[in-house]
Design a protein around this ligand. Structure first.
Ligand code: PLP
Length: 464
C-alpha cells in the first residue's frame, strides 16, 4: 500500500515510512492511495474472532510489504494482551437499540491506548535493524501524553519528550505520565498553558536547524497508523450487531476528528455504516461546518470534556481531501486560506459528500449531565463526560438501527464530574491502584523555544 499526502507535494511512502514520518513534509497528512475493501464474506468471516485476530485481518491490507506474514498478528496479540478485558473493546447494551462500545480497558484508561499500544510496537519494529533512534516530541493536555508514554516506555531506539502545562493537568493525569521512570521517557512541565506547549512543539518541528539534527516523529492523531488501528473496533462492534447483513450507526465524541474518521474508513472498506454522528461539546466548529459548510475557528471554551475542547480538528483535512476528488494542490490552497484567515467554506462536493454519512450534534453541559444520569439510572452504567456527550447525541438521533456510542474514557478518569452528575464516585481500577504512592519524575522548564529546544537537544540522540 502506498501513502500520499493530502497536500500532494510530499514523497509517496510505504506503510513503514508513513508511520515513522507522522506528518507529511508538505504540511499535509498521509492517507492510503486507495481504500482497500473487504468482501461481504470476509466481513461475515470476522464473526466470533478474537479482537487481535479481527485487528490483523482488518489492518493487513493497509500494511502491504512493511511486515512479514504473521508479524502483524503477533504485534496485535502483544498490544491487546495488555488490556484488562478479554474482549478488549466489549459492547454493553443500554436499552433496545442503544449500545456502548467500551474503549477504555487499556493501561491508561483512555481509548487512545487502543491505537498507541500498537503504534509503540510498530515504531520499535520499523526501527529494528536500522541505526536510527526516533525522538518523539509531543504536547498533551492530559490523555494523549499518558497513553503515548505507556506505549513507548522502555522500547528500544525511541525517546519520548512529553510537554504538559504545569499545574493544568489533573493529578491522576500527571501521575500517569510522571511515575513512568524508564530512562527513555522525559516529562516536561512547561511554565505556560497547553496552547503554548503545543506551539513550542510545532515550532521545533518547523525549525530546520533543530529538526534537521534528529529523527523527529509525532504521536498525535495525524499519524495514519493510529487511525488505522481505530478502524478495527468499528468492524468488531458492527459484526457483533449483525453486519454485514444489518447496518449500524455510531455516535462518536469528537475532538480532532480522528476517531470518527476511522469510522468513515470502515465504511469505505465495506462495513455497512448507517450513520456517523459527530458529537461535539459547545466547541462546535465541526457541527457548524457539517450543518452550514462554514468552517471557522472561534475561541476555545473550557469544559469538563477537555479532550473535545478543540477548535481546529486536524483530521478533518483527510475527509475534505477524500470528498473533493483527492486534489492535493486544491486542498493545499483551501487549507492555507484557512490557516491565514481562520475560516473557509466547504465546497459543494465536500458538503454533499459529508452529508451522505455524517450528521453532527452539539451537546451542552445539561445534555451531558442528563445523559450521565440516564445511563446510571436506566441502564446501571456509569459513564465518563466525553462518552455522555456522544450518548446525548445518540439518544436524540432518530434512526431505526442499533446505535453504538463510543465510550472513550473510564469514568474514574473524571471522577469529580461524574460524581456531580450522578452522585456516584467511580473507583480507580486495580491496574492503576498505587498511582499515588509511586515516585514521580519530571523537569519544569520555561516556556521559551530556547529553553525547551535546548533541554531536548541535550538529551536526544542526534541523527547517525
Ligand atoms: C482524544 C479523546 C476524544 C476525541 O477523539 P478525536 O479522535 O480527537 O476526535 C474523545 N474522548 C476522549 C476521552 C479522548 O481522550
Amino acid at each position: 500500500m502506498r501513502y500520499v499526502s493530502t497536500r500532494g507535494a510530499a514523497p509517496v511512502l510505504d506503510f513503514a515510512g508513513a508511520t515513522l514520518a507522522g506528518l507529511a513534509s508538505d504540511g499535509g497528512l498521509y492517507v492510503p492511495e486507495t481504500w482497500p475493501t473487504l468482501s461481504q464474506d470476509e466481513i461475515a468471516g470476522l464473526a466470533g474472532l478474537s479482537y487481535a485476530e479481527t485487528a490483523a485481518r482488518v489492518m493487513q491490507p493497509f500494511i502491504g510489504d512493511s511486515l512479514k506474514d504473521g508479524e502483524l498478528r503477533a504485534l496485535c496479540e502483544a498490544a491487546y494482551g495488555r488490556f484488562s478485558h478479554v474482549a478488549v473493546t466489549p459492547l454493553v447494551q443500554l436499552d433496545h437499540d442503544q449500545w456502548l462500545l467500551e474503549l477504555f480497558h487499556g493501561p491508561t484508561l483512555a481509548f487512545k491506548d487502543v491505537a498507541l499500544q500498537l503504534l509503540g510496537l510498530l515504531f520499535e519494529r520499523f526501527l529494528t535493524g536500522t541505526d536510527q533512534r526516533l525522538t518523539i516530541v509531543g504536547a498533551t493536555s492530559g490523555d494523549t501524553g499518558s497513553a503515548a508514554i505507556d506505549a513507548v516506555a522502555g522500547r528500544e531506539n525511541i525517546d519520548v519528550f512529553m510537554l504538559h502545562p504545569e499545574g493544568r493537568v489533573s493529578d491522576v493525569q500527571r501521575r500517569q505520565m510522571t511515575t513512568v521512570l524508564s530512562p527513555n521517557v522525559f516529562n516536561i512541565a512547561i511554565r505556560g498553558d497547553f496552547d503554548t506547549a503545543q506551539g513550542l512543539v510545532k515550532a521545533m518541528f518547523n525549525d530546520a536547524a533543530f529538526a534537521g539534527r534528529f529523527r523527529l516523529s509525532a504521536v498525535n492523531s495525524i499519524n495514519w497508523a493510529r487511525l488505522m488501528a481505530q478502524v478495527v473496533y468499528y468492524f468488531y462492534a458492527g459484526v457483533r450487531l449483525g453486519a454485514p447483513d444489518r447496518a449500524v450507526a455510531y455516535s462518536v465524541p469528537t475532538g480532532n476528528f480522528g476517531d470518527v474518521f476511522a469510522g468513515y474508513v470502515a465504511a469505505k472498506m465495506g462495513l455497512p455504516v448507517a450513520r456517523l454522528i459527530v458529537a461535539t461539546n459547545v466547541n462546535d466548529i465541526l457541527a457548524r461546518a457539517l450543518a452550514t459548510g462554514d468552517y471557522s475557528r472561534a475561541a476555545v471554551i473550557p469544559t469538563p470534556t477537555p479532550s473535545m475542547d478543540i477548535q481546529v480538528s486536524s483530521n478533518f483535512e483527510r475527509l475534505l481531501f477524500d470528498l473533493a476528488g483527492r486534489d492535493g494542490p486544491a486542498l493545499a490552497a483551501q487549507m492555507q486560506g484557512f490557516e491565514t484567515s481562520g475560516a473557509m467554506r466547504l465546497t459543494n462536493a465536500q458538503r454533499d459528500g459529508a452529508a451522505t454519512l455524517f450528521t453532527s450534534d452539539r451537546a451542552d453541559l445539561d445534555d451531558m449531565t442528563m445523559a450521565m444520569r440516564w445511563a446510571s439510572e436506566a441502564a446501571g452504567q456509569v459513564i465518563d463526560p466525553h462518552t455522555a456527550i456522544a450518548l446525548a447525541a445518540a439518544r436524540r438521533a432518530d434512526l431505526d438501527v442499533p446505535i453504538v456510542t463510543l465510550a472513550t474514557a473510564h469514568p474514574a478518569k473524571f471522577r469529580d464530574t461524574v460524581e456531580r452528575a450522578t452522585g456516584l464516585r467511580p473507583a480507580m481500577p486495580g491496574r492503576v491502584g498505587d498511582l499515588f504512592d509511586r515516585e514521580e519524575r519530571y523537569d519544569t522548564v520555561d516556556a521559551s523555544f530556547a529553553a525547551i529546544s535546548g533541554y531536548i537537544a541535550e538529551r536526544a540522540s542526534p541523527l547517525a
